[in-house]
Write a protein that binds this ligand. Structure first.
Ligand code: MF3
Ligand code: CO
Length: 288
């Protein structure tokens, strides 16, 4: 059935179609006709959903700030996890990782050569460590997901450079977000900056759509080619979360816990993650 100009828009805004997504649909159809891969409607968030996702992201950011205030040498990663859990619960929210596919903790803590999905435990953080804390929150049914690197005390110049360049990779990716252009532009921007600095990009993990669920389409590659991939359109929200390695991009997964991934050569890995809303004229960073 065709939606009429005066019918309610499919996005759930309650607005008339002609005032809401009608011109959007015409534009999308045009791209589709030209052979572009376009996102499914279910990935386009309306204003109300965006507000709810932002509220979730706000708490998620506060958690990352709090971790930044408190993390220090001598603390176990389980204690970091407790900070995350307690604050989340105090805000009436839930930690998304807890129980997700059997994940046992409320956040991921990935230290040094751990790439991602480190499980908080009795490991004691020490001076010189670099650690990614990856926090995901469900508030009122809406998901947010972001991560930062924390440097414990004085770290080596090599470690600091990796952390800084990885953050720059994320920013380059974010700056490539533009409506009615393709996601491969983001992938390419991340990869180019990493490799220009002599680093490698992890292939096995990527960013993802987020909001109504923890992991939605599209998969966001952190390596790739310009002018390829799905079209970015206003109302999409996805993460950009490059994992950048000092040495090889190859990895292995901890056989005992089935989660934690490590660099194959034991060299350092870093990651930064943020959530990006595609807007009419660019992007908005949801996890400042
Ligand atoms: N930000 C991570 C991701 O998107 C969070 C993983 S939580 C886990 O994969 F439970 F899956 F570990
Ligand atoms: Co994520």
């Amino acid at each position: 059935m065709r939606i009429g100009r005066n019918d309610n828009c499919w996005c759930g805004s309650g607005e008339k179609y002609k005032k809401c997504h009608m011109s959007f649909d015409e534009k999308l159809k045009e791209f589709k006709r030209k052979g572009y891969e376009v996102p499914h409607r279910s990935l386009i968030k309306n204003k109300e959903q965006i507000e709810k996702i932002k509220a979730s992201a706000k708490i998620n950011n506060e958690i990352l700030d709090l971790v930044g205030d408190q993390i220090k040498a001598g603390m176990t990663t389980a204690e970091v996890d407790k900070i995350v859990y307690d604050y989340t619960i105090s805000k009436g929210a839930e930690p998304a990782p807890l129980g997700y596919s059997g994940f046992p903790k409320s956040c991921c803590t990935s230290v040094n050569d751990q790439i991602c999905h480190g499980i908080p435990d009795d490991y004691v953080l020490k001076e010189g460590d670099i650690v990614n804390v990856d926090v995901s929150t469900i508030l009122d049914g809406y998901y947010s997901d972001a991560s930062r690197m924390y440097m414990i005390g004085e770290v080596s110049d090599n470690a600091k450079r990796l952390v800084d360049v990885t953050k720059e990779c994320m920013i380059k990716g974010i700056e490539a977000v533009k409506p009615w252009t393709r996601l491969g532009n983001v992938s390419q921007a991340v990869q180019e900056h990493a490799e220009k600095n002599g680093y490698s990009v992890v292939r096995e993990f990527g960013g993802h759509g987020i909001g109504l669920e923890f992991h939605e389409d599209p998969f966001v590659f952190h390596y790739g080619t310009k002018e390829e991939g799905v079209l970015m359109v206003p109302g999409m929200i996805f993460t950009i979360e490059p994992m950048i390695n000092e040495g090889t991009h190859e990895l292995f997964i901890d056989a005992d816990n089935g989660w934690t991934s490590y660099t194959d050569d034991g060299k350092l890995s870093a990651q930064w993650e943020n959530m990006i809303l595609v807007t009419e004229d660019g992007y908005e960073i949801l996890a400042k």
